[in-house]
Each structure stands twice: as C-alpha cells, then as structure tokens.
Design a protein around this ligand. Structure first.
Ligand SMILES: NC(=O)c1ccc[n+]([C@@H]2O[C@H](COP(=O)([O-])OP(=O)(O)OC[C@H]3O[C@@H](n4cnc5c(N)ncnc54)[C@H](OP(=O)(O)O)[C@@H]3O)[C@@H](O)[C@H]2O)c1
Length: 332
C-alpha cells in the first residue's frame, strides 16, 4: 500500500515569538561531553558574512545519530582516541553541534553570485567552524566539502532541514551498490533516517525492495511502497528463501558474513559503517527524486530549539523513526 507523500503527518508545529535579539543570536552549545543536559542555550554574536559567504537565518536543523554520538563521545575504546583527536580530546573543539539545516538567506557577501537575499536554502555545515544549532550561520557559496543548494519548493522548511545527511548517504550507498531497475534489494534498518531514504530511493529507481524493521515501524515503512516488510524482532531475515542483488545495512548492525545466505553470488553488501563520500552528483540525483515527489523526508517529531535536551534524550533511545527536527523559526 502506498500513501500519498504529501499527506504525511509532520508532527506538531512549535510556536515562536520574537526570538531575534539585536546583534545577538541564540545558539545551542555544549562545552563538555556527556548526557543531553550538557546542551545549553546561549547568546552569542550573530556572525557576519565574508565576501564569498551567505548569512542564513536558520529555520530548522535536526538531531542526527551523529549529533548524539558526538555529544556523548562514549565511543568504544578503539575508536575513542581517533575521534577525540579529531573533535577535541578533553572537550569539544566545535561547541555548536548540528549537521544540517534549512533557512532563508538574510545577507550576502559582495562576491556572492549564485544566491540572493530571500532564497530558501538547505546546507550541511561540514568543515565550518560552527554547526547548525544556531539562529544564524555563514556559509561559503562554493563548498569543497559539504552541500549548499536551493530548497525544493515542494518541501516545507522542516522537511528540507532533514534531507541532506540521511538522503545523500543513502544515495551514495545505493550508487556504490550499482542500484538499477529490477534488482532485488534488502534494506536492513528501514525505519532510521538513512533507511527511510534508502527505501524510497531504491523503490523510485525501480528496484524490488524488502525492508527489515520492527513491527512498530511497519506502517511508516509500508507507506514508502515496499514489496515486503520483515519484522526483525519476530522473523530471521537471514533465513528468507529469496536471494538479493543488494543488501544495505542502514543502521550499522549487521555484517556481510551474517547475510551470506541471502546474497546472490555477485551481490553487493553496503553499510553505513563504511566510509561514505557523497558528492554533488549524489545531491543532484536526490533533489531530482524530491522534485518528482518520489522521495520525501519522514519527520518523526519536531521540537522547538528550547527543548533541545528532550530532543537529544529522544534520539538517545536509538528508536527515532526517520528524522527529528529542531525548529528555530515558524515554518512557512
Ligand atoms: N556513514 C555516514 O555518512 C552516515 C551518515 C548518517 C548516518 N550514519 C550512521 O548510520 C546509522 C544509522 O543512523 P540513522 O540516523 O539513519 O538511523 P537512526 O535514525 O538512528 O536509526 C534508528 C532506527 O533504527 C531502528 N533500529 C534500532 N535497532 C535496530 C536493529 N537492531 N535492527 C534494525 N533496526 C534497528 C529503530 O527502529 P526500531 O526500534 O523500530 O527497530 C529506529 O527507527 C548510525 O550508526 C549513524 O551513525 C552514517
């Protein structure tokens, strides 16, 4: 059964009243690693765009699984040192978290030619000195790493905020697996952010998709138009009689060895556990499917930024469905 994408419930819409405060803006900082209550709302200077930068008023950002991991920084011992060397040994180097955003351009530097004031945009702040947990952010118009593009007209700002991290990762993995029409694809962890995009993209590309998720997510995953759902809590998917051209692990919980029995001899196994390197081409393909209404971000819950601790507590459970949005402004 397929439910019209535009009919989905996007959760409650937080209300806002006059949060802008002269030259100051609100940002969410974490000055030490730990539980969600290390996140605090602070006043900081609103950044000023350099000549090649745009200033974006952030409408929404998200809580990704990456955000909660960086905040907690409780990686297994073997990964802890390398991660801490990169992000800060004793305390976080980049104190404003947030990996994706949507918003409206408020000002542009004198050399900016590709965007104008008033444009709706989405972006990932990859390699920038701050993340997207702030009312304003400056982003260079040319990105070596990370993404910046106009917001698709058929997405709300809250939906658009949740498109990039999960969407380009899913597109990267499916390209790596050489997805094409008619292939038999199994997506493990179909209810997460990457999983929900992977199911929609693979279906849109004409693959026949078996989705593995828990029973509590089956209505959501069914709405993406999959061929079959397997509840991993009651059924052993590795015992399926079918064999697959592609198995995509969207939650990093299975290995190629575990699924050997259901892989065709020339099959691909791809996983979020591997290094991913999505490109502008992956973004282009994703935006095309969004414009064709074949892919749409699935929003589980929307929290106002003042409830950031509750939002992180929720994502910490590991049970979020699709994406969790943090709103800095009312959607339009
Ligand atoms: N490499 C990259 O570039 C990249 C990018 C984004 C994410 N990631 C990684 O990808 C992983 C997934 O992130 P995400 O944000 O997409 O997912 P997520 O939203 O954090 O995944 C949560 C979902 O996983 C399901 N789940 C939990 N345990 C499961 C299990 N044992 N088997 C199957 N499903 C299970 C939960 O549903 P139920 O409770 O109903 O099962 C929930 O809906 C994370 O490890 C993240 O760090 C990597």
């Amino acid at each position: 059964m397929s439910v019209a994408l535009q009919d989905r419930d996007l959760g409650t819409t937080p209300q806002f009243t006059g949060i802008y405060n002269g030259n100051n803006m609100k940002a969410i900082k974490y000055k030490k690693y730990g539980s969600p209550d290390v996140l605090t709302i602070v006043d900081v200077d609103t950044p000023q765009p350099k000549d090649d930068e745009i200033l974006v008023r952030v409408y929404a950002t998200t809580v990704t699984s990456g955000d909660v991991r960086l905040r907690a920084s409780n990686f297994p011992l073997v990964a802890l040192l390398p991660v801490r060397l990169m992000f800060g040994v004793f305390k976080p180097r980049k104190q404003i978290l947030g990996h994706e955003l949507s918003g409206v351009i408020e000002a542009v530097g004198k050399d900016v030619t590709q965007f104008k004031v008033g444009d709706g945009v989405l972006a990932t702040p990859t390699m920038l000195s701050t993340g997207s947990y702030a009312e304003y952010i400056c982003i260079p118009q040319e990105r070596k790493k990370g993404f910046l593009c106009l917001k698709p007209n058929n997405l709300t700002f809250y939906e658009a905020a949740a498109l990039l991290v999960g969407g380009v990762t899913a597109m990267f993995l499916l390209n790596k697996a050489k997805i094409s029409k008619g292939l038999r694809v199994l997506i493990y962890g179909a209810s997460g952010s990457v999983g929900s995009y992977a199911v929609q993209i693979a279906t849109a590309m004409g693959a026949s998709v078996v989705a593995v998720c828990s029973g509590s997510s089956s209505n959501m995953v069914e709405s993406f138009g999959v061929d079959r759902i397997v509840d991993y809590k009651t059924e052993d998917f590795t015992g399926l009689e079918d064999q697959f051209d592609v198995v995509l692990d969207a939650v990093g919980k299975i290995s190629k060895a575990e699924v050997k029995a259901i892989l065709k001899p020339s099959a691909s196994f791809v996983s979020v556990q591997s290094l991913t390197n999505p490109t502008q081409e992956h973004l282009r393909q994703l935006l095309e499917l969004v414009e064709e209404q074949k892919v749409r971000p699935y929003i589980d819950k929307t929290f106002p930024f003042t409830e950031i601790i509750a939002a992180h507590e929720y994502v910490d459970t590991g049970r979020k469905k699709g994406n969790v949005v943090i709103a800095f402004a009312e959607d339009e």
